[in-house]
Design a protein around this ligand. Structure first.
Ligand SMILES: *Cc1c(COP(=O)(O)O)cnc(C)c1O
Length: 395
């Protein structure tokens, strides 16, 4: 047998101790709040190593730990900690490195609620200052550094406009300046991008997207080295209490078994849809890192081994009535936020952004009224393309 097992095999079997639960091929759900001990000394010893002991499920739980072990394995990290949501994971990662008065550098296209956390909540509560850069050039980060810069927070590709950051170059230079790096890797998943191998300190995901993949779980994860994750476990996880539920961890473990095969199909379907849209006369532009026409195609090719299923395109009209008509005409694509599930979705950023941002700032992001965001699911690509073709023909 070869020394290293492939990811598909590991996701099927890694971290599962079937002999310990009667050989059941799927592990039971450890749906318990606490763990009992045989003696004073036994529970006393458990407290001495609380990160690796089961005492109370706000700290550790076997169902949660099993899923964490699999996630750490695919991401190439030493350890992972699951949280009750992606935002709980992002908050924990940032708070782990930050102290009052620190400075953060991030990208303008950062996920909205993460932006609110930095630019509003942490600014008000902890006097954390944040500088925003486009992020396409390493120099921009360098120029934004102050003596208080503690964290560079990346999101590559960004889930709003899919722009990339040069992960290797940025982490290399951050390390030389003793600045920590965090990346939101939700778009690419650990199947297609391994930021920890490129020198990033902490990788975060919303597991509500591809890692969960079935649109039935809200969860998040932080992955990193043993020391950082152990500290996050006894601090941000246990004290702030945004814990992961055993049942939801069990659902994620179910999802991880099919993550490699799902990502292959998301990629295949998304490439076909992107090429179809790119060739359609009623489409102005398609934004998808897998297309050769994508401005940062070369960088994507260098640091990712594939592309997931989230993209956007711009209808060749600014007429709201026509845009709404197209949007409402789709039959297979469902209307909804979020992404990364088995089902294909459409959403128009204008719907929520225009409620939160002045129109100027909205346009500044390079997003127009006719910008349509698609999450390409696991349905037949022929059916998806036909659905889009028919809706486009009515505009
Ligand atoms: C959804 C999302 C999050 C937040 O995750 P939740 O599980 O909804 O809290 C963070 N980052 C990105 C890129 C996302 O799309």
């Amino acid at each position: 047998m070869k020394q290293k097992l492939d990811i598909e095999t590991l996701m099927a079997h890694y971290a599962e101790d079937r002999a310990a639960y009667h050989g059941a091929v799927v592990p039971p759900i450890f749906q318990n709040s606490l763990f009992t001990f045989e003696s004073w000394d036994a529970i006393d010893k458990a407290f001495d190593d609380r990160v690796n002991s089961y005492i109370y499920s706000r700290g550790g739980n076997p169902s949660v730990n099993m899923a964490e072990a699999k996630i750490a394995k695919i991401a190439g990290g030493e350890r992972a900690k699951l949280f009750g949501s992606g935002m709980a994971a992002i908050s924990a990662a940032l708070l782990h490195f930050l102290a009052p008065g620190d400075h953060v550098i991030t990208v303008k296209s950062i996920y909205g609620p993460a932006n609110n956390l930095l630019n509003d909540y942490l600014r008000r509560k902890m006097n954390i200052q944040t500088t925003y850069v486009a992020g396409t050039e390493v120099d921009e980060f360098e120029a934004a550094i102050t003596e208080k810069t503690k964290v560079i927070y990346l999101e590559s590709p960004s889930s709003a406009i899919f722009s990339l950051q040069d992960i290797k170059a940025i982490t290399q230079f951050a390390k030389s300046r003793k600045i920590h790096t965090i990346i939101d890797n939700t778009w690419a998943t650990p199947i297609f991008q391994k930021p920890l191998n490129m020198g990033v300190d902490l990788e975060v995901h919303s597991c509500s997207k591809y890692l969960g993949g079935h649109s039935d779980v809200v969860a998040g994860v932080v992955i990193g080295n043993e020391k950082d994750i152990a500290e996050i476990t006894v601090n941000e996880y246990e004290i702030l209490g945004g814990k992961m539920a055993p049942f939801e961890a069990w659902l994620i473990m179910r999802s991880l078994r099919t993550l490699p095969i799902r990502m292959r199909t998301h990629q295949e379907n998304a490439m076909k849809v992107a090429r179809f849209l790119e060739s359609h006369p009623k489409v102005r532009q398609v934004k998808y890192p897998g297309l050769e026409s994508f401005p940062q195609y070369a960088l994507g090719k260098k640091q990712m081994s594939g592309y997931s299923g989230l993209m956007s395109f711009e209808l060749d009209t600014d007429n709201l009535k026509t845009i709404k008509h197209f949007f409402n005409s789709l039959k297979i694509f469902q209307i909804g936020v979020s992404w990364g599930g088995h089902e294909s979705l459409i959403y128009a950023p204008a719907i929520s952004y225009l409620k939160e941002l002045p129109e100027e700032q909205f346009k500044d992001m390079g997003i127009s009224l006719g910008n349509m965001r698609l999450s390409i699911g696991l349905e037949s690509s022929d059916d998806l393309i036909r659905d889009l073709k028919e809706a486009l023909s009515t505009t």
